[in-house]
Ligand binder design. Structure first.
Ligand code: NAD
Length: 437
């Protein structure tokens, strides 16, 4: 059993802390957001993540997990301080490291005993060294026995607990092998491959992994554009490609493109890093361009179907950037809504979990209670997030409710033949053999 402090109690910090507690460690999750911590103390989750609420409750009851805003209490006797604060995009696409800096400074100010500082936040290559420097400088002569280990996080929102507990791999980077081994001990129980590298390599593995996954999605989206024009079905193309073990099925899903709190900022940050260090990120630029095109293409399809978007009522199904999360950061829905409103469309929307987050950032969008309210009187419906709830809708009822029966399936989830048989005009993404109604 180890004593762990997790600095930053967001999607990554809360899941990491809770899972480590569940594995038998004593964990204190710390955040500067007092409301968040007060709520957590009462069992109220700051995020929607399947299974998290029960796991938190279980571990709090067992006395292994607690929450605080007090750095001294959280770091007292801690052997490990995991930094899991946000690293959002800065003005130029670079990762904004102000929260990492502040977390490192707080650790330096408070800790006295030996400690391993574990960086879980996604940070530019070289940040581990930078964090070590910050801590040293901040101590200004007061010695501290510490090491920095990079431990990038690969969990996916919506399946985060499972991803932590059944990780494909754990990556640890450090200039000090012993420190990396100590962190490895925490993960041994998961029985997954543990790769120990130097600090910078571990940091790069995270960016390269996210950029590669984003590339796969943009690749299939580029193919989708061709399928649309050439009369092929990209869903089947992806299946046919994916049977090849060298390619695999995962992330070959055409649609409105990638979003969320990680891919957009990480691809941007990697491209920024490349430019900063004199290399030209041609592929990454194309990956980002294709992603933007997907949103514009959906609006183009709707405009084409409806003549003009001015004063047309467009219903949006799904606001979160993907199913099973309430996270709307960089969600495709937000960009599409913006583009639609720009052309004079009247937008309404519904999401099973993200309504509260969406209400805080959307303006002039009618927020509805269910998909049928969205459909009532609408000129078109656009599926932006493939929540299970939207897969088996009562389309006969929807057909009766809509002013014009136009469906744009931004996630290639619905059955085109069935919907056309009900009298809908159906558009998917890259479903060329069926897109012409
Ligand atoms: P988040 O925004 O959900 O949470 C960050 C938390 O850190 C917030 O609660 C904030 O109040 C807190 N915080 C900020 N400064 C602090 C400080 N000085 N001390 C204590 N707490 C502080 O962020 P997230 O989505 O959990 O992401 C965290 C990091 O993990 C990012 O670098 C992200 O790129 C990376 N990551 C995220 C995911 C994901 O799916 N969300 C997956 C892998 C990696």
């Amino acid at each position: 059993m180890s004593k762990i402090c997790v600095v930053g109690t967001g999607y990554v910090g809360l899941v990491t802390g809770t899972c480590f507690a569940d594995l038998g460690n004593r964990v204190t999750c710390l955040d500067i957001d007092k409301t968040r911590i007060d709520n957590l103390k009462q069992g109220i989750m700051p995020i929607y993540e399947p299974g998290l609420e029960q796991l938190v409750a279980q571990n709090v009851r067992a006395g292994r997990l607690e929450f605080t805003t007090d750095f001294s209490a959280a770091l007292k006797d801690a052997e490990f301080a995991f930094i899991a604060v946000g690293t959002p995009s800065g003005v130029d696409g670079e990762a904004d490291l102000q929260y990492v800096r502040s977390a490192a400074e707080s650790i330096a100010d408070i800790v006295d005993g030996p400690i391993v500082v574990v960086n879980k936040s996604t940070v530019p290559v070289g940040t581990g060294d930078w964090v070590a420097d910050i801590i040293k400088k901040r101590r200004s002569g007061r010695s501290l026995d510490f090491n920095v280990v990079s431990n990038p996080e690969f969990l996916r929102e919506g399946s985060a607990i499972n991803d932590f507990m059944n990780a494909d791999r754990v990556v640890l980077g450090s200039t000090d092998r012993e420190a990396a081994n100590k962190v490895a001990q925490l993960y041994l129980i998961l029985r997954c491959p543990i790769l120990i590298t130097d600090l910078r390599t571990a940091e790069m593995i995270k960016y390269a992994s996210n950029a590669f996954l984003a590339t796969k999605i943009s690749f299939i989206n580029e193919i989708a554009g061709m399928c649309e024009e050439l009369g092929a079905d990209v869903n089947e193309v992806a299946v046919g490609m994916g049977y090849d073990k060298r390619i695999g099925q995962a992330f070959l899903v055409a649609g409105l493109g990638w979003g969320g709190s990680c891919f957009p900022k990480d691809v941007k940050a990697l491209a920024h890093m490349a430019v900063l260090h004199g290399t030209h990120p041609q592929l990454l630029q194309a990956v980002m361009d294709i992603n933007r095109t997907q949103r514009r293409r959906a609006v183009y399809q709707l405009r084409k179907a409806l003549g003009s978007l001015d004063e047309k009522i467009i219903g949006i199904l799904g606001l979160s950037f993907k199913p099973n999360t309430d996270d709307i950061r960089e969600a495709p829905s937000l960009e599409v809504i913006h583009l639609l409103q720009n052309e004079g469309a009247i937008v309404r929307a519904y999401d099973p979990q993200a309504m509260e987050n969406a209400a805080a950032v959307l303006s002039k969008v009618g927020l509805c209670n269910d998909p049928y309210e969205v459909a009532a009187g609408a000129d078109a419906l656009l599926l932006t997030t493939e929540w299970n709830e939207f897969k088996q809708l009562d389309f006969q009822r929807i057909r009766g409710l809509m002013r014009q029966p136009v469906l744009m399936d931004g996630r290639n989830t619905w059955d085109p033949d069935y919907l056309r048989s009900l009298g809908f005009t159906y558009f998917g993404v890259g479903r060329g053999n069926t897109a012409k109604s």
